[in-house]
Design a protein around this ligand. Structure first.
Ligand SMILES: [Zn+2]
Length: 247
Protein backbone atom coordinates (compact mmCIF):
# COMPACT_ATOMS: atom_id res chain seq x y z
CA UNK A 1 0.00 0.00 0.00
CA UNK A 2 1.35 3.40 -0.88
CA UNK A 3 1.84 6.09 1.73
CA UNK A 4 0.10 9.43 1.30
CA UNK A 5 3.28 11.10 0.09
CA UNK A 6 3.44 8.63 -2.82
CA UNK A 7 0.15 10.02 -4.10
CA UNK A 8 1.33 13.62 -4.16
CA UNK A 9 1.22 15.20 -7.64
CA UNK A 10 4.15 17.46 -6.72
CA UNK A 11 5.60 19.87 -4.19
CA UNK A 12 3.47 22.34 -2.23
CA UNK A 13 0.38 20.18 -1.63
CA UNK A 14 -0.91 18.03 1.22
CA UNK A 15 -2.72 14.75 0.51
CA UNK A 16 -5.95 14.61 2.51
CA UNK A 17 -7.56 11.39 1.33
CA UNK A 18 -7.32 8.63 -1.29
CA UNK A 19 -10.32 6.52 -2.33
CA UNK A 20 -11.02 3.98 -5.06
CA UNK A 21 -14.15 5.00 -6.94
CA UNK A 22 -16.25 2.37 -8.81
CA UNK A 23 -13.32 -0.05 -8.58
CA UNK A 24 -11.79 1.85 -11.51
CA UNK A 25 -10.56 5.32 -10.61
CA UNK A 26 -8.47 6.61 -7.75
CA UNK A 27 -9.69 9.91 -6.34
CA UNK A 28 -6.98 11.82 -4.52
CA UNK A 29 -8.07 14.79 -2.41
CA UNK A 30 -5.33 17.33 -1.91
CA UNK A 31 -4.95 20.91 -0.72
CA UNK A 32 -2.33 23.60 -1.02
CA UNK A 33 -0.23 24.54 1.99
CA UNK A 34 -1.92 26.87 4.53
CA UNK A 35 0.07 29.94 3.57
CA UNK A 36 0.17 31.91 0.34
CA UNK A 37 2.90 34.06 -1.18
CA UNK A 38 1.75 37.11 -3.13
CA UNK A 39 3.18 36.96 -6.68
CA UNK A 40 3.25 40.78 -6.80
CA UNK A 41 5.10 41.75 -3.60
CA UNK A 42 6.36 38.36 -2.34
CA UNK A 43 4.83 38.82 1.13
CA UNK A 44 3.29 35.76 2.83
CA UNK A 45 -0.40 35.81 3.66
CA UNK A 46 -2.66 33.74 5.92
CA UNK A 47 -5.80 35.77 5.21
CA UNK A 48 -8.17 33.51 3.31
CA UNK A 49 -10.52 35.08 0.76
CA UNK A 50 -12.09 31.91 -0.67
CA UNK A 51 -11.53 28.53 -2.28
CA UNK A 52 -10.87 27.44 -5.82
CA UNK A 53 -11.14 23.76 -6.79
CA UNK A 54 -9.41 22.07 -9.68
CA UNK A 55 -9.72 18.52 -11.01
CA UNK A 56 -6.55 17.16 -12.60
CA UNK A 57 -5.87 13.87 -14.29
CA UNK A 58 -2.58 12.39 -13.12
CA UNK A 59 -0.35 9.41 -13.87
CA UNK A 60 -2.05 6.03 -13.25
CA UNK A 61 -1.52 3.76 -10.26
CA UNK A 62 -1.61 -0.02 -10.74
CA UNK A 63 -3.03 0.55 -14.23
CA UNK A 64 -5.97 2.55 -12.92
CA UNK A 65 -6.71 6.19 -13.65
CA UNK A 66 -5.98 8.82 -10.99
CA UNK A 67 -7.86 12.08 -10.53
CA UNK A 68 -6.55 14.78 -8.23
CA UNK A 69 -9.17 16.96 -6.60
CA UNK A 70 -7.05 19.91 -5.61
CA UNK A 71 -8.37 22.63 -3.30
CA UNK A 72 -6.55 25.90 -3.83
CA UNK A 73 -6.93 28.92 -1.60
CA UNK A 74 -7.63 32.45 -2.74
CA UNK A 75 -5.68 34.74 -0.44
CA UNK A 76 -5.85 38.42 0.45
CA UNK A 77 -2.70 40.47 0.26
CA UNK A 78 -2.64 42.91 3.17
CA UNK A 79 0.63 44.62 2.28
CA UNK A 80 -0.11 48.37 2.35
CA UNK A 81 1.72 49.30 -0.86
CA UNK A 82 0.89 46.17 -2.90
CA UNK A 83 -1.56 46.90 -5.75
CA UNK A 84 -2.84 43.32 -5.63
CA UNK A 85 -5.84 42.62 -3.42
CA UNK A 86 -6.23 38.84 -3.88
CA UNK A 87 -4.31 36.00 -5.45
CA UNK A 88 -4.66 32.23 -5.86
CA UNK A 89 -2.05 29.57 -5.18
CA UNK A 90 -0.04 28.94 -8.33
CA UNK A 91 1.41 25.44 -8.53
CA UNK A 92 3.17 25.66 -11.87
CA UNK A 93 5.24 22.54 -11.19
CA UNK A 94 2.03 20.52 -10.87
CA UNK A 95 -0.27 21.97 -13.53
CA UNK A 96 -0.46 24.98 -15.82
CA UNK A 97 -3.34 27.44 -15.36
CA UNK A 98 -6.64 26.07 -16.75
CA UNK A 99 -5.04 22.68 -17.57
CA UNK A 100 -7.02 19.48 -16.97
CA UNK A 101 -3.93 17.31 -16.55
CA UNK A 102 -0.82 17.47 -14.42
CA UNK A 103 2.39 18.60 -16.09
CA UNK A 104 3.89 15.12 -15.84
CA UNK A 105 0.88 13.53 -17.54
CA UNK A 106 0.86 16.24 -20.22
CA UNK A 107 4.48 15.30 -20.95
CA UNK A 108 3.41 11.69 -21.56
CA UNK A 109 0.59 12.85 -23.85
CA UNK A 110 3.10 14.91 -25.84
CA UNK A 111 5.54 12.03 -26.13
CA UNK A 112 3.03 9.36 -27.14
CA UNK A 113 1.05 11.72 -29.39
CA UNK A 114 4.15 12.74 -31.33
CA UNK A 115 5.26 9.15 -31.79
CA UNK A 116 1.93 7.53 -32.64
CA UNK A 117 -0.56 10.16 -33.79
CA UNK A 118 -4.08 10.78 -32.46
CA UNK A 119 -6.07 7.53 -32.64
CA UNK A 120 -3.27 5.00 -31.86
CA UNK A 121 -2.11 7.22 -28.99
CA UNK A 122 -5.66 7.33 -27.63
CA UNK A 123 -5.85 3.52 -27.63
CA UNK A 124 -2.50 3.10 -25.88
CA UNK A 125 -3.18 5.81 -23.30
CA UNK A 126 -6.54 4.23 -22.44
CA UNK A 127 -4.88 0.84 -22.04
CA UNK A 128 -2.27 2.35 -19.70
CA UNK A 129 -4.86 3.96 -17.43
CA UNK A 130 -4.66 7.49 -18.82
CA UNK A 131 -7.94 7.90 -20.74
CA UNK A 132 -7.85 10.75 -23.22
CA UNK A 133 -9.48 11.36 -26.60
CA UNK A 134 -7.58 11.64 -29.87
CA UNK A 135 -9.00 15.15 -30.36
CA UNK A 136 -7.54 16.25 -27.03
CA UNK A 137 -4.17 14.74 -27.91
CA UNK A 138 -4.07 16.58 -31.23
CA UNK A 139 -5.20 19.84 -29.62
CA UNK A 140 -2.34 19.63 -27.15
CA UNK A 141 0.20 18.88 -29.88
CA UNK A 142 -0.99 21.87 -31.93
CA UNK A 143 -0.97 24.14 -28.89
CA UNK A 144 2.63 23.22 -28.08
CA UNK A 145 3.88 23.33 -31.67
CA UNK A 146 6.40 26.08 -32.45
CA UNK A 147 4.85 29.18 -33.95
CA UNK A 148 5.37 29.64 -37.70
CA UNK A 149 8.50 31.58 -38.59
CA UNK A 150 7.83 35.11 -39.81
CA UNK A 151 11.33 36.44 -40.27
CA UNK A 152 12.82 37.64 -43.53
CA UNK A 153 15.66 35.13 -43.73
CA UNK A 154 13.77 32.32 -45.45
CA UNK A 155 15.54 31.48 -48.70
CA UNK A 156 14.59 27.95 -49.83
CA UNK A 157 11.09 26.54 -49.33
CA UNK A 158 9.24 23.37 -50.28
CA UNK A 159 5.52 23.53 -51.00
CA UNK A 160 2.97 20.74 -51.23
CA UNK A 161 -0.60 19.89 -50.35
CA UNK A 162 -1.56 18.02 -47.20
CA UNK A 163 -4.74 16.62 -45.76
CA UNK A 164 -6.65 18.27 -42.93
CA UNK A 165 -9.21 15.49 -43.28
CA UNK A 166 -8.42 12.60 -45.58
CA UNK A 167 -10.05 12.76 -49.02
CA UNK A 168 -12.24 15.72 -48.11
CA UNK A 169 -10.28 18.80 -47.02
CA UNK A 170 -6.79 19.71 -48.17
CA UNK A 171 -4.48 22.54 -47.24
CA UNK A 172 -0.98 23.67 -48.21
CA UNK A 173 2.15 23.00 -46.19
CA UNK A 174 5.25 25.15 -46.63
CA UNK A 175 8.63 24.03 -45.30
CA UNK A 176 11.92 25.83 -44.83
CA UNK A 177 14.20 23.31 -46.52
CA UNK A 178 17.39 24.80 -45.11
CA UNK A 179 16.23 24.55 -41.50
CA UNK A 180 14.01 21.49 -42.03
CA UNK A 181 11.05 23.03 -40.25
CA UNK A 182 7.44 23.80 -41.09
CA UNK A 183 7.02 27.52 -41.72
CA UNK A 184 3.31 27.74 -42.32
CA UNK A 185 0.15 25.81 -43.10
CA UNK A 186 -2.45 27.40 -45.35
CA UNK A 187 -6.13 26.59 -44.98
CA UNK A 188 -6.73 25.70 -48.60
CA UNK A 189 -4.94 24.06 -51.53
CA UNK A 190 -4.77 26.60 -54.31
CA UNK A 191 -2.19 28.29 -56.49
CA UNK A 192 -3.67 31.68 -55.59
CA UNK A 193 -3.16 31.37 -51.84
CA UNK A 194 0.35 29.93 -52.29
CA UNK A 195 1.20 32.75 -54.68
CA UNK A 196 -0.06 35.38 -52.24
CA UNK A 197 1.98 33.80 -49.45
CA UNK A 198 5.16 33.83 -51.53
CA UNK A 199 4.65 37.40 -52.68
CA UNK A 200 4.73 38.55 -49.05
CA UNK A 201 8.22 37.06 -48.65
CA UNK A 202 10.63 38.50 -51.21
CA UNK A 203 13.64 36.85 -49.53
CA UNK A 204 12.64 33.45 -50.96
CA UNK A 205 14.94 32.46 -53.83
CA UNK A 206 14.09 28.79 -54.43
CA UNK A 207 10.73 27.01 -54.36
CA UNK A 208 10.69 23.23 -54.46
CA UNK A 209 7.46 21.61 -55.61
CA UNK A 210 5.97 18.47 -57.07
CA UNK A 211 6.34 18.07 -60.85
CA UNK A 212 2.72 17.03 -61.15
CA UNK A 213 -0.34 18.09 -59.21
CA UNK A 214 -1.95 21.44 -58.54
CA UNK A 215 1.18 23.49 -57.90
CA UNK A 216 2.72 22.31 -61.17
CA UNK A 217 -0.13 23.88 -63.17
CA UNK A 218 1.30 27.31 -62.71
CA UNK A 219 4.48 27.90 -60.76
CA UNK A 220 3.70 30.47 -58.08
CA UNK A 221 6.74 32.51 -59.06
CA UNK A 222 5.43 33.38 -62.52
CA UNK A 223 2.84 35.76 -61.15
CA UNK A 224 5.30 37.53 -58.92
CA UNK A 225 5.91 41.24 -59.66
CA UNK A 226 9.48 40.29 -60.57
CA UNK A 227 9.19 37.20 -62.81
CA UNK A 228 12.05 34.78 -62.57
CA UNK A 229 12.88 35.86 -59.07
CA UNK A 230 12.70 32.27 -57.88
CA UNK A 231 14.32 29.41 -59.80
CA UNK A 232 11.57 26.81 -59.51
CA UNK A 233 12.99 23.33 -58.92
CA UNK A 234 11.61 19.91 -58.12
CA UNK A 235 14.18 19.10 -55.49
CA UNK A 236 11.98 16.50 -53.84
CA UNK A 237 11.62 14.49 -57.01
CA UNK A 238 15.26 14.84 -57.96
CA UNK A 239 16.19 13.40 -54.59
CA UNK A 240 13.77 10.52 -54.42
CA UNK A 241 13.05 9.54 -58.02
CA UNK A 242 16.02 7.14 -58.40
CA UNK A 243 14.90 5.19 -55.35
CA UNK A 244 11.29 4.90 -56.56
CA UNK A 245 12.43 3.83 -60.03
CA UNK A 246 14.60 1.07 -58.61
CA UNK A 247 11.61 -0.58 -56.92
ZN1 LIG B 1 1.02 41.63 -2.50
Amino acid sequence: MQTKSNWSPGPGVRILDVTLHDEENWIVSAAAKPVGVCPECGVKSRHRHGWHKRCLQDLPVQGQAVKIQLALIRWQCKHPICPRRTFTDQLSKIALPYAHRTVRMADIVDLVGHRMGGRPAENLMNRLGMPISDDTILRQLKRNAPKPRRDDNIRVVGIDDWSWRQSSHYGTIIIDLERRSVIDILDDRSVESAKAWLQERPSIEVVSRDRCGLYAQGPPGRAHPRPGRWPIASIWFKTFEPRSRSR
